[in-house]
Design a protein around this ligand. Structure first.
Ligand code: ZJS
Length: 256
């Protein structure tokens, strides 16, 4: 084995053996020295390689915290729904009925419809889970969360919503709700998950969106007609919970 050359050349003379490399990149530090040196500040925590570790730790923490929860349904809906409104009360009833049907309830842990579903689950003595997200404006987990996990990254959190639930119930909401809904629809459409019921509550709210998918997207050949079978519409919490527990919709076979 040859000894280190001790060359003072600022450029690498040989192709490095590990990981990726860039021709002509300056040397002067090694992985070991970067690990062992005390950095002048904590700025290193904002570099992408460091972020990978954080992202990895979010997945590990999520998997670790949720592995034992048993059957669960994720409930989504607006962060802005006010207590006492019809949609809030629907959320409470969805949470309660899911627990009565024997499953845990997972939400985003925030206010509005998330809080409502957690409240219903908590008050029914069920497992009420909140997967919180760090946001620029501090919000914190709602008071009805029994098991909480905090995330920095939306995409890590979204993996948990799907991985640890057997279906979604979606209450009326805004962009965040649509993001979660469409992610699940694409996972079913592309057979990344093969059987995953997705039930939308309040058909008056959702019908215009469904009609647009049908009349515009299907019409222009952008989605197949069968893709609409991925979702089911319900008008009451009772109907929504019955549909999601029966595994209605979200079935790739049905979606053709
Ligand atoms: C009042 C306000 C904006 C609070 C934000 N606080 C939040 N806390 C936790 N999850 C959230 C929050 N905002 C959006 N989300 C995510 O996006 C969905 C709701 O977004 P939206 O209100 O429909 O678009 C929720 O299901 C949740 O997973």
């Amino acid at each position: 084995m040859s000894a280190p050359t001790g060359s003072s050349s600022p450029l690498r003379s040989k192709k490095p053996r590990f990981g990726s490399w860039r021709k002509g990149a300056a040397v002067g530090s090694t992985a070991d020295s970067r690990l062992l040196d005390t950095p002048p500040s904590s700025d290193f925590t904002h570099t992408d390689p460091w972020r990978v570790m954080r992202i990895q730790s979010e997945f590990v923490q999520g998997f670790d915290s949720l592995a034992e929860i048993g059957p669960a349904i994720s409930v989504f809906g607006s962060a802005r729904t006010k207590p006492g409104t019809r949609h809030y009360e629907m959320g409470v009833e969805v949470g309660r009925r899911l627990v009565e049907a024997g499953v845990a309830v997972i939400t985003g842990g925030g206010p509005g419809s998330m809080e409502a579903a957690n409240k219903g689950a908590f008050e029914a003595d069920g497992l009420s889970i909140g997967l919180g997200i760090e946001l620029p404006f501090e919000q914190g987990m709602n008071q009805w969360v029994g098991l909480g996990v905090d995330f920095r990254y939306f995409f890590a959190r979204k993996t948990m919503f799907v991985k640890y639930a057997q279906g979604f119930v979606v209450l009326p909401g805004g962009l965040g709700t649509l993001d979660e809904l469409f992610e699940a629809m694409v996972l079913v459409q592309t057979s990344k998950v093969t059987q995953f019921p997705i039930v939308l509550v309040d058909s008056a709210f959702w019908s215009p969106l469904v009609a647009w998918i049908k009349d515009t997207m299907v019409e222009q050949g952008l989605v197949s007609p069968g893709d609409l079978d991925i979702i089911a519409l319900a008008d009451t919490p009772e109907e929504a919970v019955a549909l999601v527990m029966a595994g209605e919709a979200g079935n790739k076979v049905a979606a053709g």
